[in-house]
Design a binder for this molecule. Structure first.
Ligand code: KG4
Ligand code: ZN
Length: 343
């Protein structure tokens, strides 16, 4: 079975061909980082326009790399939730068109479930049931993952996503977009204890939510703010940038680690899977490994190539294919998080 998967939820245009054994025959990710860099974040209209220009060349190149012709495709899958409405629509229309023209089944992919499935794909192990920590530019949430297609929400950010905080704080420090890798680089030479930034809800192990906007404001007011100069007038020394980056990163990592382990304790689950762009963070990966060693839990962190958005993780569609979960051509996009069962 040759399955084509498409991913256009945010600012990556991606496609992959996988088979029923979850082998990747070909995959392409066209990043839009260059287009959004001067704005310090993703501009939705620019993202959807760029998807439109790139989706067909990306599909062509993916098929070429896979050595598979259109006529050899057996199903097409597309991430239709959650994400930016305009971006999601480009992938959805491309997938529907292929499904109709080739007369093959159409399969819906939940992007958040796919981020956790990256752990299943890379490890080759049955990672379920597990606590799933999804940390990206748009989401920071914890799920009880009973199976690849059966997630129950345990907690989520009440304001900014972790990746969004990385991107915004990077902009404050004059570091380029995307902020996560920039902060990680700057933090490598910094002291994580130089500034004491807030860690939300740390005192409350029953609450499995996150909050990063207070942390973001704390960094902002440390640099500039009420009673201090304007941000635009501040010139930070390289040492200050490194210390601020390291202290901010440590606060995010502390929060993520604390709530992930609180979720394991609250649910009795013994496996933790971590996926999403922020899971690429080296300090987070190191601290997760250390903590797992101490507590004895099974830890799966998505490999670097499958942390940021990609279509390979859309191989989760194989699970839906096996379960006979196909969609009609009236399938829609759902930009927000679907909270009901079936997520
Ligand atoms: O999963 P993703 O590609 O897109 C969404 O679904 O949102 O995540 C992108 C986010 C960005 O905010 C980016 O700054 C962050 O992941 N990110 C990182 C790192 N690499 C990417 N954050 C921290 N450290 C990194 N090394
Ligand atoms: Zn994502």
């Amino acid at each position: 079975m040759n399955l084509l998967t498409l991913e256009t939820t945010c600012d990556e245009t991606a496609a992959a061909v996988v088979n029923e054994r979850l082998e990747v025959l070909g995959a392409v990710v066209a990043s839009q980082d260059e287009l959004h860099r001067r704005f310090g974040g993703v501009v939705p209209e620019i993202a959807s326009r760029a998807h439109l220009e790139r989706i067909l060349p990306v599909i062509d190149e993916t098929l070429r790399r896979a050595g598979v012709r259109l006529s050899q495709l057996d199903a097409v899958a597309v991430a239709n939730t959650p994400g930016l409405a305009g971006s999601l629509l480009v992938g959805l229309v491309a997938a529907k068109t292929l499904a109709a023209a080739l007369e093959i089944p159409l399969i819906a992919v939940n992007h958040l479930q796919a981020h956790i499935y990256a752990c299943r794909l890379a490890s080759g192990e049955n990672v379920f049931p597990c606590a799933g920590l999804i940390i990206s530019g748009g989401h920071t949430s914890l799920y009880r993952c009973l199976g690849p297609l059966d997630f129950q929400l345990l907690g989520a950010t009440i304001d900014d996503a972790a990746g969004e905080a990385f991107d915004k704080v990077a902009a404050m420090l004059g570091l380029p977009y995307p902020g996560g890798p920039s902060i990680q680089r700057a933090a490598a030479g910094g002291n994580p204890a130089a500034y004491r930034f807030p860690r939300a809800f740390l005192h409350d192990p029953k609450r499995l939510d996150f909050s990063f906007s207070g942390l973001k404001t704390a960094v902002r007011y440390t640099i500039a703010g009420p009673g201090r100069p304007d941000l635009a007038q501040v010139r930070l020394e390289p040492r200050q940038v490194a210390d601020l980056a390291a202290s901010f990163q440590e606060a995010v990592v502390d929060s993520l680690l604390d709530k992930a382990h609180a979720a394991l304790a609250a649910t009795g689950l013994e496996t933790l899977c971590v996926g999403g762009g922020v899971a690429a963070n080296a300090r987070l990966r190191q601290r997760l490994e250390e903590e797992a060693g101490r507590s004895g839990i099974r830890l799966f962190v998505a490999p670097l190539s499958l942390c940021t958005d990609n279509a390979v993780m859309g191989a989760i569609a194989v699970e839906r294919y096996r379960a006979g979960l196909f969609e009609g051509l009236d399938l829609d996009v759902f930009p927000g998080v679907v909270r009901s069962k079936g997520l």
